[in-house]
Write a protein that binds this ligand. Sequence first.
Ligand code: MLT
Length: 311
Amino acid sequence: MRVLVAERIAREGLELLAARHEVDERLGLDPAGLRAAIPPYHALVVRSQVQVDAAVIAAGTSLRLVARAGVGLDNIDVEAARAAGLTVLNAPDGNTIAAAEHTLALLLAVARRIPAADASVRAGEWQRAPFGGTELRGKTLGVVGLGRIGLAVAERARAFGMRIAGHDPYVSPVVCAERGIEAMDLGSLLERADVVTVHVPLTDETASLLDEAAIRRLKPGAIVLNVARGGVVDEAALAAALHDGRLAGAGIDVYEHEPPIGSPLLAAPNTVLTPHIAASTAEAQVAVGVEIAERVLRALAAQAPDPVPSR
Ligand code: MLT
């Protein structure tokens, strides 16, 4: 069968796919290019940047499945795909550690003002006073969303001596307690946490979860982190709270629009911004590439017509 890989996945994943199927890697197709290219392909593999919308699905007249090399499915029109009878897959495991470590990297960078201090030294300055930081020890980390990544963040933050508050309507307080997490409703978490980090997919339920009203409930001097999905945190409200000095800083890897051209966060103080790279470690990319390739192979094998028996 023919597989179109439209965003970069690890060589290990490509090789697994190519051992069984005809694989074309075509990176950088624009929406029209993707619609033009898709008709002969049985499977389409993307990461998070290529939008697999209803028009792509309609153009994919040979498509049997759409696979996303990453967590969640938010760049795939799942309803249109299912209505067209397609299998929809993702790779939820491989980048857990990368995303958790990036969350902590952003937190430390914000708390210790690392990018600004680095820029200052490179500019030939020798200033220490503007770069006084805050310690994580003894602070409360509020984790919104206790799936794989949220739990991995909590575990690592505990090693820094942080207390962990958690909110997830789908995880019981008993499970939280077993992991040393104090379960609470979102409002209480916002009011108690020194740092709030979101680890939820973008859905109708989570869109603007941290909106202006939620951001107003945050403790003065709190830090906000988002390596999950753009749109979960209201960028304009967050930027306003940073400019007002109500919040101490933010670490952001994902945006309402990517790239975030014109985002108010670009000019917000003490904000560390990265270009959706939380999953971009060598280890995670191999793990995700292999995970998605194995899932695609299994799904295509299950769908393939039985081979004609040889006589
Ligand atoms: C994910 O959802 O796993 C990542 O955002 C995928 C990516 O890095 O493109």
